[in-house]
Design a protein around this ligand. Structure first.
Ligand code: PEP
Ligand code: MG
Length: 368
C-alpha cells in the first residue's frame, strides 16, 4: 500500500509541476471546502449560495420573495444577513489564502415558493370549514402571480437580484463583512463575487455599481480586495463577451447552462427522454452535459475567452460547470487557455492529473 501511495504522490507531483490550469473546487460548506483542500484544490471556483437558503431558512426566503411591503422585505433581509455572514466566515477560514468565488443567489424560483396546488387545496378546505381565508388567499394570489411555466428560463440569477431590492446587497455585505472579519483575525481571505446568468453587460453594471458602494463602505482601509466577475452561461453573454469584460474582472463558464441553452435541452429532463436515441444515432457519443461539445458549446467558450481577453488582457478565466471535472473537457479548457477549472471535491485529483497530461500533450505538439 505504501508503495502505491508513494507512486500516486509521484504521479500527482509530476502532473502538478507540468500543468498550467489551476484546479479549484465547487463547495458550499466549510466541510466540502476542507475536503477539497486535502485533495489539492487551489481555491473555490463556485460557491452556490442558493444552497444556503434551504432548510430552516426557506421560510425567510419565502417571506422575502412574497413581501408586500418594504418593511417585510427589510425584516427578512436583516434576519438573513448574520446567517450568511457566518456561512462565509466558515468558508473563508477553510480556504484561507486561496481565492473563493461566491456566486450570488441563483435559485429556480419554484424551489423556494410553496407549491401552488397545495395552497389552493388549503384555501378550499379552510373555506369549506367557514374559516377566514383572506391571508391564505393573498398568499395564493401572490404565488400564482410568480408562477412560471419555464422556471429555468425565468426569474433566476441576476434577474431575481434586479427584481428584489436588497437581496444581492445583503449577500455582498455578508461576503465582505465576513472577509473583513477574517482579515482582522489575521487571515488572508480572497473573495470574488460572481453574478449568475448575465446576458447583457448592463445587468452586470447595475449589480456592480451597488456592490462597489458596499465594498468601499465595508472594507475601508483594511486591505481586503474583492473582485467582481460574472458567469458566462447564457449564449448571449458568450457572444457579447467583449462588452461584458469591460465590467468584469473574471469570467467563469457555466457550461451546464451554456449546454442547456446552447442546445435548447432541458438539463433536468432530456437525458431520460431522448438522449438514448441521440447516442444510438451517433449525434453525440456522450451526453453534452457530461463532456463538452467542442463544436458548438465549446465554440461559445472559445469566442468568449478570446473576446473577453481582447477587451481586458488581465481577465481571469475559469469554468465551474460539471465539465470542469471531466477528463476530456479539461483538455479542451487547457487548449482554450483558461486559467482554472473548478469541479466537485472528489474530482479534484483527476482534474489535476488531466491538466498535467494536457500540458504535456500540447508541449509535445508545439515542438513537432
Ligand atoms: C452552470 O450552469 O454550469 C453552473 C455552474 O451553474 P448551475 O449548475 O448552478 O446552474
Ligand atoms: Mg448555471
Amino acid at each position: 500500500d505504501d508503495v502505491l501511495v508513494k507512486a500516486v504522490h509521484r504521479i500527482m507531483g509530476h502532473a502538478d509541476a507540468k500543468r498550467r490550469l489551476a484546479v479549484r473546487t465547487n463547495a458550499d460548506t466549510g466541510t466540502d471546502a476542507a475536503r477539497a483542500r486535502r485533495f489539492g484544490a487551489e481555491g473555490i471556483g463556485l460557491c452556490r449560495t442558493e444552497h444556503m437558503f434551504l432548510g430552516d431558512r426557506r421560510e425567510l426566503v419565502e417571506r422575502l420573495i412574497l413581501a408586500r411591503t418594504e418593511e417585510e422585505r427589510e425584516t427578512a433581509l436583516a434576519a438573513l444577513l448574520p446567517l450568511q455572514r457566518a456561512d462565509f466566515v466558515e468558508i473563508f477560514r477553510e480556504m484561507d489564502g486561496l481565492p473563493v468565488t461566491v456566486r450570488l443567489i441563483d435559485p429556480p424560483l419554484h424551489e423556494f415558493l410553496p407549491p401552488l396546488e397545495q395552497l389552493a387545496v388549503n384555501v378550499a378546505v379552510a373555506q369549506e370549514r367557514g374559516e377566514d381565508v383572506a391571508k391564505e388567499e393573498a398568499l395564493l394570489a401572490a404565488v400564482r402571480r410568480m408562477h412560471e411555466s419555464n422556471p429555468m428560463l425565468g426569474l433566476r440569477g441576476v434577474r431575481l437580484g434586479l427584481v428584489i431590492p436588497g437581496l444581492f446587497a445583503m449577500q455582498v455585505r455578508a461576503i465582505v463583512e465576513a472577509a473583513v472579519e477574517c482579515a482582522q483575525q489575521g487571515g488572508t481571505p480572497k473573495p470574488e463575487i460572481m453574478v449568475p446568468l448575465v446576458g447583457a453587460v448592463q445587468e452586470l453594471e447595475t449589480v456592480r455599481a451597488e456592490a462597489e458602494k458596499i465594498i468601499a463602505e465595508v472594507t475601508r482601509g483594511c486591505g481586503v480586495e474583492v473582485l467582481i466577475g460574472t458567469m458566462i452561461e447564457v449564449p448571449r453573454a458568450a457572444l457579447t463577451a467583449g462588452q461584458i469584460a469591460e465590467a468584469a474582472q473574471f469570467f467563469s463558464f457555466g457550461t451546464n447552462d451554456l449546454t442547456q441553452m446552447g442546445w435548447g435541452f432541458s438539463r433536468d429532463d432530456v437525458e431520460g427522454a431522448f438522449f438514448w436515441r441521440y447516442l444510438e444515432l451517433g449525434i453525440f457519443g456522450i451526453s453534452p452535459f457530461e463532456s463538452i461539445d467542442r463544436d458548438g458549446v465549446g465554440r461559445l467558450v472559445r469566442i468568449a475567452a478570446e473576446e473577453g481577453r481582447a477587451a481586458r488582457p488581465e481577465l481571469k478565466l475559469g469554468v465551474c460547470g460539471e465539465h470542469g471535472g471531466d477528463p476530456e473537457s479539461v483538455h479542451f479548457f487547457h487548449e482554450v487557455g483558461l486559467d482554472y477549472v473548478s469541479c466537485s471535491p472528489f474530482r479534484v485529483p483527476v482534474a489535476r492529473l488531466e491538466a498535467g497530461r494536457a500540458a504535456i500533450e500540447t508541449a509535445g505538439s508545439d515542438s513537432r
